[in-house]
Design a protein around this ligand. Structure first.
Ligand SMILES: [Zn+2]
Ligand SMILES: [Zn+2]
Length: 490
């Protein structure tokens, strides 16, 4: 996958961390070509900033002519034991991020990015984004959690027609040899070799080697952050999974919106809140539909096999019109706890750098890959308005909000928007809709292994027909209609 980066990053510095064991210098390859090859690859896609490269590995195994070739072209050489390469490289990367705020570009050359490495880096990228590149050998799979601007194959990258400098360039004075076991560094290969073969180094490496375990720095992050100034007044879009987090028996559904707004306000988020409720709306009790729509909650009709993909598609559509700063709130057990479900949202957050909130009815067993500024248990969130008095006052306040954001009913199967509950019910009972449901069901059964990951575009591509009805969601909305008056129970 390749995306075009932003202008500032294209001229800013490029930092490369290279695992020499996973991606070795091939037999007969002139190691002086490594740097120009990388520079060439970056140039080709418009990245022209200065490149600095650090090569990690057990350097007692690397031949002298490679080390000389690398250092003569300004590549820093780091010695560490093989088992620690991944964690040492990651630690250096996190440290570098702390010292080099964006815009800047990062490139990881490794086959071992999956697992805690990509989990933690994906979380770092959600909060602070760098243009990210990767190269790996043919052996490794592509990582799905991280958003890369380009993902090269190592051999292909080395094949770039970079010509090695004929004479040793002036960079060599900056190049250094490092030993991570002893915190030793020097500028000459001779001294480096002497160090690596010394008794002191041998003892240090045997007794006190660098950590083999990768340290996930984001695990220590707090869960509740007060709003930063730029996010405090930004828009907030709420995706509410009504299956996972239903309205409790006896709860007045009109209190959902004020409760959410109040909980956000307590953390100083005061931006306009839009809420979309996802469910098979044929199952939602009529009094809930009425109560929620009277407070400006939008409805999305989904069916189980496209439930999450529709939530994600809705989010993607919203991001197009709402660049950061903005916040997204996800109310869903599945998205909070399942890796499959949160991956796409995690990728979107790396691109958008939105502020994110989570609510769930059960606290996830593991820390979600989504970086959140606040998390709530659904029951606690709903109780927020209860603990305050003036519920009636709150309700009337949210009705004023409604005037600005008219609730809407959307069938995400047919991509059909209805402005009233009446029309919505008519649509759900219509022949066209029933046909669409059948068609989607049979299509989903034909591709059972992919059913959960469907996006609207995939579905229409594969089903080979365009949506019949164009969505009118972005069209200017009319003023608030007292829909409850127009509703007739069927
Ligand atoms: Zn050492
Ligand atoms: Zn429909």
């Amino acid at each position: 996958m390749r995306m075009s980066g932003n202008d500032a990053a294209e001229t800013s510095k490029i930092e490369v961390w290279w695992d020499m064991k996973d991606c070795p210098i091939p037999e007969g390859y002139d190691a002086r070509r490594v740097r120009p090859s990388m520079e060439r690859a970056f140039e080709k896609i418009g990245y022209t900033g200065p490149v600095s490269i650090t090569a990690y590995g057990n350097q007692t195994q690397t031949p002298d002519h490679h080390l000389l070739a690398l250092s003569s072209t300004g590549v820093a050489v780091v010695h560490t034991i093989v088992e620690s390469t991944r964690s040492v490289m990651y630690r250096d990367m996190v440290e570098w991020r702390g010292q080099n705020p964006p815009p800047a570009t990062m490139m990881i050359i490794s086959d071992q990015v999956e697992g805690d490495f990509s989990w933690d880096l994906a979380r770092l990228q959600q909060r602070t984004r760098y243009d990210l590149f990767q190269a790996n050998s043919m052996k490794s799979r592509d990582d799905l959690l991280l958003v890369y601007y380009a993902n090269w194959r190592w051999e292909q990258l080395l094949g770039e027609e970079g010509t090695p400098p004929l004479v040793t360039c002036g960079l060599s004075s900056a190049a250094m040899f490092y030993c991570k076991s002893c915190n030793f560094d020097c500028k000459s290969l001779k001294k480096f070799r002497k160090h690596l073969s010394s008794y002191k180094h041998g003892m240090e490496e045997a007794i006190n080697p660098p950590d083999k375990q990768l340290l996930c720095v984001t695990k220590a992050w707090a869960r509740n952050y007060p709003a930063t100034p730029e996010n405090a007044t930004a828009k907030i879009h709420v995706l509410w999974d009504m299956n996972d987090c239903p309205i409790p028996e006896g709860y007045d559904a009109r209190r959902v919106r004020p409760s959410i707004e109040r909980a956000l306000k307590e953390l100083s988020y005061t931006g306009l809140v839009s809420i979309t409720a996802f469910a098979d709306q044929k199952q939602t009790p009529v009094h809930h539909l009425l109560a929620l729509s009277s407070t400006g909650v939008d409805f999305s009709h989904t069916l189980p096999w496209v439930h999450y993909s529709r939530m994600i598609t809705d989010f993607e559509i919203w991001t197009k019109d709402n660049p950061a700063p903005a916040s997204i709130m996800i109310i869903s057990d599945e998205v909070a706890s399942s890796k499959d479900r949160s991956t796409l949202i995690c990728r979107k957050l790396q691109e958008s750098n939105y502020n994110c909130f989570l609510a769930y009815s059960v606290r996830p067993f593991e820390m979600p890959v989504l970086v959140t500024s606040a998390e709530w248990l659904w029951d606690n969130l709903l109780a927020v308005s209860e603990t305050k008095r003036n519920i009636l006052h709150k309700c009337s306040e949210s009705e004023r909000v409604v005037a600005a954001s008219t609730g809407m009913f959307c069938c995400t199967l047919c991509l059909c928007d209805c402005k009233s509950l009446d029309d919505f019910n008519k649509h759900l009972a219509s022949k066209d809709h029933t046909q669409e449901e059948k068609r989607m069901l049979s299509h989903t059964q034909a591709f059972p292994h992919r059913q959960r990951q469907y996006k609207i575009s995939n579905y229409y591509d594969e089903a080979r027909y365009p949506p019949k009805t164009k969505r009118t969601r972005n069209a200017p909305r009319k003023g608030f209609l007292p829909r409850s008056l127009r509703f007739t129970r069927r």
